[in-house]
Structures are given as C-alpha cells and as structure tokens.
Design a protein. Structure first.
Length: 350
C-alpha cells in the first residue's frame, strides 16, 4: 500500500506543467479601457478573465493559437472600481485579472493580478506601480502622461501667431491641450491676467473661468473637442507701455460623464468697469492647475502725426452752410460789378 502511494505521488510529480508565463505582464491604461498583454512559453490554449466575471463575454478573452495573449477590459464594466484620489489628485482604476492555461480550470501555473491605473490631474508624467495579489507575480510599472497645454494669440484670419499689432486690431485667443487620449480629459480655462512687462497685472478672467470685462475679453467658447477653448477680442494696451503679456491657468480633470463649461453671466449690456488689479492672493491656485503663457505681444498706438494732420486739415475747411452763403454773396457781387461795367461802357459809346 505504501509502495502504491509512493508510485502515485511520483507519477503526479512527473506530470508536466502545460505552459507558463514569460516575463511580466504589459499594461496599457487607455482612455476607455485597460489592456493587459502576456507572453507565454508555448502556444496559449487557455483564457484570460476578470475575477468574478469569467462568464461574461466582455470580461474574458480566449486569444489562443500564439505565444502571446491579451485582454481588453472596459473601465466602466466587469466590476472595475474607480476611486478619486485627493492627494495626489486623480483617478485610480482597479481590476483583478487571471491568466489561466486551462480553458476550464485553475491550475498550478495560473497567475492572478490586481491591476491599477492611476490618472494624475497634473502636468507631469506619473510612474505608478501596479500591485500584484500573489507572491508568484512580479510588480509591473505603468506610465500615464498628462496633456500638454499652450496659450496662443493669433490673427483670426490667417490663424498665425501675432507679435506686433495696433490698438483695436482683432485677435483670436486660443487655449489648446494635446493628448494621446483627448476623450479622457476635461479642461477649464480660468484665472487669466494681462501684464505690462513691469509687474502690473490686471485680471481678465476670474477663478471660475468667467470674464470680468467684456471690453477686454468676453466669456470663452469651448470646442471643437474637449481640450480647446477660444475667443476673439480687440487688442488693447497699457498707457505708456508697449509690451503685453497674457497668462492663464488650465484645470484638467478626468472625464466623468459630460464635460461642463463655466456658467457665466451674460456681459452683453455691461458698461466699462474699473480695472481689477491682480493681488498676490489670487496667484495661488490648485496644485493640479497648468500655467500657460502666451508669447509677448507689442501693441502700438495709432500714428498721432496722421491724426494731427487730419485735424489741421479739418480746421482749414469751411462748414457746408457757410460755404453756400459765401458762394451766394460772391455771385451777387460779381453780377453787380458786371452790370456796372456794362453801363459805363454803354454811356461811353453814346
């Protein structure tokens, strides 16, 4: 009996392990899903599934016939958990995945992963470790990159950046964020100010993203897309200053439903208001904000010499009604002189 047991145990120990995983799982955190790719020692004949959802089509994969297999998990299905983080600000998306080398049962060589993707709400690249729930698994690192944002002041007709303009010229203010996953983010432009090059700063967009003085810059228009805003305005300048610098803050949020835009009052009937100088307390924003600054612009005044010459020319001109009065008097005087000369000539010949 003992001999039989020894033989049986030896036989079980001699059963070969049918395949296994090579290296580490590769994780890609997309805007709508998470993709995990595995390399295997031999041709894969099993399945990959989300733990607890193995019988759901969208939550399992039978990508077989090669020495690699993968699964794509929708971030809003298959029991995927989404947690908002305050510090650092962002979203943590987690799920549990099992790679099974048998198409029905869990075997010794199978591995389970608890995968987390972190989307940071800040202008920097975040390296986030993916934790593993089993001792046999190796940790995986995934990089998540934030959109890169810029502020442009353009000619509204040519769409090219401007550097020298005159007071009153039309300008197009545009804010754009570039991202490999543009549908993942929402953007809000806020806390804009204009600076004269010597330290004087005037607020033109408040911390809610609403315009303060429509004669300088009206409420923004968002779109096309989720990561762009724009507004036309007329060039203005500080007295006795040429250089004008524009700077704004852009808040980037992970899209959760629809992207909202600032709800701002209509300034159509607003009268010109006193300037609102920017204080140091207004310069402190949330640490997840992106600061964007447009290239400096030189704003020139109208040519005063041309204006002066135009005024001088107007002073030499005669008003319309006075002009006809002078013409009438001149005509009467001319007629009287002609008649007198005619009578003198006639009397002489007589």
């Amino acid at each position: 009996m003992i001999l039989w047991l020894v033989v049986v145990l030896g036989f079980v120990h001699a059963i070969p392990i049918p395949n296994g995983q090579l290296g580490r799982a590769e994780i890609e955190c997309g805007e709508d899903n998470i993709e995990i790719v595995f390399l295997t020692e031999d041709v894969f004949q099993g399945r990959v599934f989300v733990v607890g959802h193995s019988n759901e089509t969208e939550c399992s994969s039978r990508d077989i016939g090669r020495k690699t297999t993968s699964i794509v998990i929708p971030k809003n299905k298959c029991g995927v958990t989404i947690t908002r983080s305050a510090n650092p600000p962002g979203l943590l998306i987690s799920t549990k995945v099992m790679i099974s080398f048998h198409d029905e049962f869990i075997t010794k060589v199978d591995r389970g992963y608890e995968i987390s993707c972190f989307y940071m709400e800040a202008e920097k690249t975040v390296t986030y470790p993916v934790s593993v729930s089993m001792a046999s698994l190796q940790p995986v690192t995934q990089n998540a990159e934030m959109p890169r944002c810029r502020y442009e002041v353009l000619d509204p007709f040519t769409k090219k950046p401007v550097s020298i303009v005159s007071v009153g010229n039309k300008l197009l203010h545009r804010w754009v964020c570039d991202s490999g996953s543009p549908d993942l983010w929402c953007m809000t432009v806020h806390s804009c100010f204009v600076e004269d090059g010597s330290g004087t700063e005037i607020v033109i967009l408040n911390d809610k993203g609403c315009a303060i003085d429509r004669y300088l810059l009206d409420n923004l228009e968002y779109g096309p897309g989720l990561l762009q805003a724009q507004k036309e305005a007329h060039a203005f300048k500080f007295a006795d200053r040429i250089v004008v610098n524009f700077q704004c803050s852009i808040k980037l949020d992970i899209k959760d439903g629809e992207c909202g835009v600032p709800k701002c009052p209509d300034l159509t009937h607003q009268k010109p208001r006193l300037i609102n100088k920017r204080s140091h307390s207004e310069s402190s924003h949330d640490h997840s904000d992106v600061e964007v600054r447009a290239p400096s612009i030189e704003v020139l005044e109208h040519d005063l010499s041309e204006i002066s010459s135009a005024i001088a020319m107007n002073e030499d001109c005669v008003p319309y009604n006075r002009f006809f009065f002078i013409i009438s008097i001149t005509s009467l005087f001319s007629s009287a002189v002609t008649a007198t000369i005619f009578r003198l000539a006639r009397n002489r010949w007589l």
